[in-house]
Each structure stands twice: as C-alpha cells, then as structure tokens.
Design a protein around this ligand. Structure first.
Ligand code: ZN
Ligand code: ZN
Length: 535
C-alpha cells in the first residue's frame, strides 16, 4: 500500500492523503490549503491530485481544511462516491456553497483589479454550480458500520469527538495475502468538549496517521477557560465596549453560545449585553445541530431533557443580512459579537476587527487554532498593528487566547488517547501539525511509549507493508523550493547604489515631484525596517 500526502504535512491545512492499495486509488479528505499566497497556490495544483483517477473519497469531517477542495476535484473530473457521516453531509451542503460563494467573490474582485491593470481575468477555484454537482456523489455512512468500497478493503468510521459528525477512519486492507489495519485519526477532539461526545478509543492498528495540531501544548481546563471568557466580558462591559469572538460558523459558534448559556446561568453574562451571531452560515448550522441531538454528549442530552436549550439565550440576536451586520458597528455600547472566519482572515469578522481592534476597552477573544500567516495568528503573537482591508489597524483591544475551548485534543490528551492501544505499537506518522509541534510530540511519544514516529513532509510517499519498516520517498525541492536570498539581496543593493548615484537627478526635479518620490522611498524604508524587526 502506498500513501501520498498532498496536504496537512508539517502544516495544519489542506488535509488530503492519496492511498493506492490492491490496484485501487482513493483519497481520505481533500481540504483547502490556507495560509499565505504561496500556500494558497497549492489549491490550484489539481494535477497532483489527478482527480479522474481517484475512485472514491472518505471524508473525516466538514471543516474546510479537510473538505474544501471537493468541488474543485469534481470540476476537474472526479466522479466517484464520497463517503461521509449524515451530519457531515448536511453541514457540507451549506459550507461548500458558502465556500464557493467566497471563491466567486474573490475571483470577481481580483478580476476587476486585473482588468484595471490590463491583465486577463481569472476563474474562481470553483463555483456554486461545482458545489451543487458534488452533493449527488455523497454516500452517507453512520459510525461503527463497516462498508467495502472494493472487495479487499473494509472501512469503518468512528466518532472523533471533534465536531458534529467528525470521524476517524479505520481501514482493513488485504494485499498479496496480508491484511493490514490502517487508521487515519482525522482531527481528534478534546475530551470533555461541549456538545459532542469524547473521541473513540482505538485499540489496535498496524499503521496510524495521527493529527498533531496541539502537539506541543496543553489546554487550560474547561473551568479556567469559562472564567477567562467571563473576564473578557466583564472587562469590556465595564468599559462600554464590545467583545469580538472570531469563530468558525460550524461547531465553534454553537459551543460559544453554549458557553455563554453556562455563564448566563451563573449570572456572569450581563442581561443588557446583546450577543450577536453575525454569520448567515451559523444560523443554518445551528439548525443542523438541532436535528442531530443523538450525536450530543450526555451532559447536553440531560440539559435538553430538562426542557432547556443550551443553543439559545434571551439576548441572542442573529444577523443574517449585511445591513444588520453593519448596524452592529453603528450601535454603541457593550455587546458580544461572534463572527467568522475563525482565523480572522476572511468574512464579516474583518469588519468587526477594523471597528474594534483599535479601541481601548474592547476585547478580542480567540477560541480556536490560528494558522501561520493568518491575521488571527499575528494578533495572537502580539502584533501592534495588523493590516485589514489594506489599512493598518492598531491593536489596542485586550487580546485573550483561550485554547481551552479548542475542538482539538491537547498534547497530553493525544498521549492519553494513544495509551489505549492494547496490541503491539502501531507504526506512527504525525500529520496535521506545524513541524515544531510535531517534533515535540514525537519526542514525548518516543520517551513515554517508546514508539517509532515519522513526520512525513508535503508530497512525501510512504510505502506500507505489514511487518516491514515503511519506506518513504520525499521531494524536499518540491515541498519547499529554495529561495535565493543571496540574489534577492544583491539585486536590492545594486538598486540602492543606483539611487545613490542619481541623487543629483532626484534633486533636480520639481519640489512636488520630489515629495512624492520621498514618500515612496520612505515607504520602502519602513517595509525594510519592519522586516528587520522580525528576523
Ligand atoms: Zn477539524
Ligand atoms: Zn483540521
């Protein structure tokens, strides 16, 4: 069996693993690559996926970094079944249309800009039509039900305890008379998370591909996290300002409503503080959650059985329309605003940050993982200013990073989950994590469990044979092409030298023209100073 990583290798986004086994070729997940412009380019490299030759897809869950490329693959010729759980199917029907809408708007915006520059227009990564064409391929499978896409393969989805309908994938493959069990963890949930159940324990596998998002960190406990949220609310309420919470529309938003419901019960959410859920997607997602109560954990079932609803609050206001969204920022006074995207680099949250980030007394509460390169990550890392809609915005609001609300297991929780393997140690591969975090987790696993651990790179191919050491082929030059800093810096030096030589010519220009040139040179100088402060 051969496994090739087309994403989430030494990084957290773009999950996609191509598997070749017993003469068949299929994939687990196909997520969007998210980060900076260079990472985004990977979304366009559809050739690498060879979609026409993928026979079927197994989807772990509805997060875009695991499923956001589905319409692209369909557009480029994928025609096979897409196996997923019923909640994942329902969530994806709203999320992929939303994602397609974002792709279309972005392409329109870029095309307008390109037309002004006399350049050709660009197509969206995929359209709403491509998303619609994806849905008929959905084939729903419930947790714990084994199915066989082809005779030598059995697949079982297990509850990953991450978001509604999220699954771990267990494969049993027979090849050349040998049978191997391969487990792909997908995203492993945090035990004791609100709403969803705890992740299923897996007790045996020959090969395990484990996520490692929080490989180097443990979460604060649930109570501490609620206390911190209450602190943010009290801080901004006292100062008549808003609490801004960037949150994914699906799962995270519902958990935040649930958390606010718990605070309200404790008298720690002032009744005069409206709570806005500013995301059209979140409204639809909440309805899907209500339909799948059987997926909720015992605590939630108990609250519901008592006739209460943890997904609602007296002061909760949904703002589906753009006009209502804008009105939030025109309204003075304290409020809680939950809006997407969760990493603050797209969607309505950008407007709320532009209106509030610079205000003393406001708070910004991060409750999810912030990937490298995103606006959210920059704020969490302590940036004094961030660029939003091409404008520098000062960070004066108080920033809270509460990872105790995470939908991912923390480091010790991952180690604990691994501790349930009963049989021989599985050959372990870490995926879906930043390299530093993965190395730390690998060291912990070796020390505590004595297991062999590999950390495959982007595009790496691993050959798995039962009872044999895996062989792997990496492509470092394609995974991270070298950047010729020597050339870039020498080129800059020569231009600066030329500018110096032409100082007299600059001084000979008219005064108004000189002031414009001065400002442009100062802008370059400022950029270089910023870069120097980062290295
Ligand atoms: Zn996820
Ligand atoms: Zn993920």
């Amino acid at each position: 069996m051969k496994v090739k990583l087309l994403g989430a290798a030494r990084t957290v986004t773009g999950s996609c693993t191509i598997v070749e086994a017993a003469g068949h070729r299929f994939a687990i997940d196909c997520g969007l690559h998210q980060g900076n412009a260079e990472i985004d380019k990977r979304n366009w490299e559809t050739d690498l996926y060879d979609p026409q030759r993928i026979e079927f897809l197994l989807m772990t869950h509805a997060h875009m970094d695991h499923s956001g490329l589905l319409p692209r693959l369909v557009k480029e010729g994928f025609k096979g079944p897409i196996y997923l759980t019923p909640p994942t199917a329902e969530l994806l029907k709203i999320m992929l249309l939303d994602s397609a809408h974002i792709q279309e708007s972005e392409a329109q915006w870029k095309s307008r800009k390109r037309r002004r520059h006399g350049e050709a227009e660009i197509d969206p990564l995929y359209t709403q039509k491509d998303a619609q064409d994806t849905f008929p391929l959905f084939s729903e499978v419930t947790y714990g039900t084994a199915f066989s896409p082809f005779p030598d393969l059995t697949v079982t989805f297990q509850d990953a305890g991450h978001i509604l309908g999220a699954a771990m994938v267990e494969l049993t493959v027979s090849e050349e008379g040998k049978t191997s069990r391969v487990v792909f963890s997908g995203d492993v949930g945090r035990p004791a998370q609100l709403l969803v159940k705890d992740p299923t324990w897996i007790t045996a596998a020959d090969f395990l591909f484990l996520e490692s998002t929080y490989g180097s960190r443990n979460h604060k406990d649930e109570k501490g996290s609620l206390d911190e949220l209450a602190e943010a609310i009290a801080y901004s309420h006292d100062r008549g300002q808003k609490v801004i919470i960037p949150a994914f529309a699906v799962e995270r938003t519902q958990e935040m409503i649930y958390s606010l419901y718990l605070l309200a019960k404790d008298g720690r959410l002032p009744p005069d503080m409206p709570v806005y859920v500013d995301s059209p997607l979140a409204i639809k997602a909440t309805e899907i959650f209500r339909k799948h109560r059987d997926y909720f954990d015992r605590d939630t079932q108990r609250i519901l059985a008592n006739g209460e609803d943890p997904l609602t609050l007296p002061q909760l206001r949904y703002t589906p329309s753009t006009r209502e969204s804008i009105e939030i920022n025109e309204t003075e006074g304290p409020a809680v605003v939950i809006s997407a995207s969760g990493m603050a680099d797209a969607g309505r949250i950008k407007h709320h940050l532009r209106h509030n980030l610079w205000r003393e007394g406001a708070s910004v509460v991060f409750v999810g993982f912030q990937a490298q390169g995103t606006t959210g990550r920059k704020i969490v890392d302590g940036a004094e200013k961030v660029r939003i809609f091409n404008e520098e915005v000062a960070v004066k609001a108080r920033v809270f990073t509460i990872n105790g609300f995470s939908a991912h297991a923390g480091r010790d929780q991952l180690l604990d989950w691994l501790g349930h393997f009963k049989a021989a140690a599985p050959r372990l591969f870490l995926v879906h994590g930043e390299y530093g975090a993965q190395q730390e987790l690998a060291a912990q696993i070796k020390q505590r469990l004595g297991w062999e651990v590999s950390i495959p790179d982007y595009l790496e191919e691993v050959t798995l044979v039962a009872d044999r050491e895996p062989a792997s082929v990496a492509y470092p030059e394609k995974a991270a092409p070298g950047i010729d800093w020597g050339f870039i810096i020498a080129d800059m030096e020569s231009r600066f030298a030329q500018l110096k030589e032409r100082q007299k010519a600059v001084e000979a220009k008219g005064w108004v023209e000189q002031t414009e040139l001065r400002d442009r040179v100062l802008e370059v100088n400022r950029t270089i100073a910023e870069i120097l402060s980062e290295v």
